[in-house]
Design a binder for this molecule. Structure first.
Ligand SMILES: [Zn+2]
Length: 186
């Protein structure tokens, strides 16, 4: 799958786009439809959001979608003119970077010796990617898989539980692959 981002507008967040894209491609081989990862300055009501978007619904197509995704979205029939849009809250990302997020560390299995920002970012993106995966492949985890993590789940919605479990089980791999392609650091 191919991925575009708007990270070039947010150098202050220090995210290596190429390293992240490689990590996602390795960890989500089952997502086929193109993905646009959009850091959103206006998003403050949620940490992240996933939506399935039809390119034909746009009056003005975002520049990166036009440049990177459009050909694949329109010309690969499997995509039916759609792409995944994953929005990430700029506000929460900057707070995490400053270690000001008031994160419930134990909730998300983040050890004290790990960087909160790295872990937060990997966990959040994993959650939203799993929503993308659900659209294409349905929920991945059965009740037996997540029941032991029930106390860490924040919702009774089965799609949210499935996405949270994907985060818990995958965020370390996402982070490790990211670091590998970013020369060993975040
Ligand atoms: Zn969710």
């Amino acid at each position: 799958m191919i991925i575009a981002t708007n990270f070039n507008h947010y150098q202050d967040l220090g995210i290596n786009e190429k390293a992240l894209i490689k990590s996602i491609q390795i960890n989500w081989p089952t997502i086929k439809v193109p993905i646009f990862i959009y850091i959103d300055k206006r998003l403050s009501s949620a940490h992240g959001l996933h939506a399935c978007r039809c390119i034909k619904d746009y009056k003005i197509i975002p520049k990166k979608v036009r440049e990177v995704l459009m050909d694949e979205v329109l010309n690969n029939e499997d995509n039916k003119n759609h792409f995944h849009k994953i929005s990430l809250s700029y506000q929460y990302l900057s707070m995490a970077k400053e270690n000001k997020i008031g994160w419930q560390i134990s909730d998300w299995f983040i050890n004290d010796d790990e960087n909160i920002y790295q872990s937060y970012f990997s966990f959040l993106i994993s959650h939203e990617l799993q929503h993308a995966n659900q659209i294409e492949n349905g929920r991945q985890y059965k009740k037996g898989d997540w029941l032991k993590y029930k106390k860490f789940m924040h919702s009774d919605d089965l799609n949210e539980i499935d996405a949270d479990l994907a985060s818990i089980l995958k965020y370390r791999n996402v982070l490790e692959n990211y670091k590998k392609y970013n020369g060993g650091s975040f």
